[in-house]
Design a protein. Structure first.
Length: 346
């Protein structure tokens, strides 16, 4: 069997590589030559021992020509440039499965993004970026409650491979399934991508709630109301609400919104303790996708007039210095708010 490629050597990139190494040889891409040498000589990265079936490389051409299946695990802001760099070496026979939980706004000018002058047509999911920038047809995403540190510590977990193609789902299952890792399949690719992106916003809010010491009752309330907002947004965009109740939606929401190992939860917690957004982002070893996604969803909801009170108030707290206690008081006093409306799950 040919090796499987993994593009991205961050915490989740090496997590995917470790999972794959249970079943196949892996080529792991990093732009940093010194990191490639370190991984190949020491078989360690980020404090974790890596399988000797993982070989690091910094040559995209070599990886694309050596692998028929490639997992893309890069930050959302780098997805388009990464696929563009790979495009000359990708062919229609390739299968690409991404593990990125965010949205692409590279088609929007920075000034327009800051001022909210854009609409849904300029915001792309990662699968849309891959389709736009390459000849690859068989595209999927890896979603679900996949906290990297827990998986790297050999704790049991599961994931969802979502795609419009049976072959992508079957391939993802075969490559990733092991005694400690279960893989489900879904045909709702966009639903999995949107729920995986949106849950990061709720994780930010949950981190704030925990940082303020508001208790488990408030945490549970926030998560369930956050689920309701995810469904409201998804169905307003024409998606089936069912996608949000699976492992890629509710499962990922629970894990990310309750764990200190979640970088989005950690951001909210530190923010509640008085650190500034700029300082947290500068000191975070990896991209906090939720901060970026929050801005995108806020302006899209405003443009399309979708009622998302948690998202709206969280944006004002993080980007406009709105008082967080006052924001919570407003959330708690919203009149006649329904519980999660199962009637909108179509």
């Amino acid at each position: 069997m040919k090796p499987v490629g993994v593009i991205g050597a961050g915490s989740f990139g090496i997590t995917v590589a470790q999972l794959l190494s249970e079943n196949v040889d892996v080529l792991l891409f990093s732009r940093k030559a010194e990191l490639v040498t370190h991984i190949n000589n020491k078989h360690t990265h980020l404090g974790y021992h890596l399988s000797k079936k993982i070989t690091a490389a910094n040559d995209l051409k070599f990886i694309c020509r050596s692998c028929d299946v490639i997992f893309l695990v890069v930050p959302s802001g780098a997805m388009r440039t990464t696929v563009q760099a790979m495009s000359n070496y990708l062919r229609p026979f390739h299968i690409i499965i991404h593990g990125t939980k965010g949205l692409d706004t590279s088609l929007i000018k920075d000034t327009d993004l800051e001022q909210g002058h854009f609409d849904i047509r300029q915001v792309c999911t990662m699968s849309e970026v891959i389709a736009q920038e390459s000849t690859v047809l068989r595209i999927g995403c890896m979603a679900g409650p996949n906290l990297a540190r827990e998986i790297l510590n050999n704790l049991p977990a599961a994931s969802v491979i979502a795609s419009e193609f049976d072959e992508v789902i079957k391939t993802g299952k075969a490559l990733l399934t092991s005694k400690r890792f279960t893989v489900f399949g879904s045909y709702d690719l966009k639903g999995a991508e949107i729920s995986g992106s949106y849950k990061n916003i709720i994780a930010l809010a949950s981190g704030i709630v925990n940082g303020l010491g508001l208790g488990k009752n408030m945490e549970a309330l926030l998560i369930t109301r956050g689920l309701s907002e995810m469904i409201e947004y998804g169905t307003s965009m024409g998606l089936s609400g069912q996608a949000f109740f699976g492992a890629a939606g509710l499962g990922d929401l629970i894990a990310t919104s309750t764990s200190e190992k979640s970088r989005n939860f950690a951001f909210g917690y530190r923010f509640a303790k008085g650190e500034s957004t700029e300082d947290i982002i500068k000191s975070s070893p990896e991209v906090v996708e939720g901060v970026r996604t929050l801005k995108i969803i806020y302006f899209l909801a405003k443009y399309h007039q979708i009622p998302l009170p948690i998202t709206n108030l969280l944006y004002k707290v993080i980007y406009e210095n709105f008082d967080v206690i006052k924001a919570i008081d407003i959330l708690m006093s919203i009149p006649n708010a329904p519980d999660v409306d199962f009637n909108i799950v179509r």
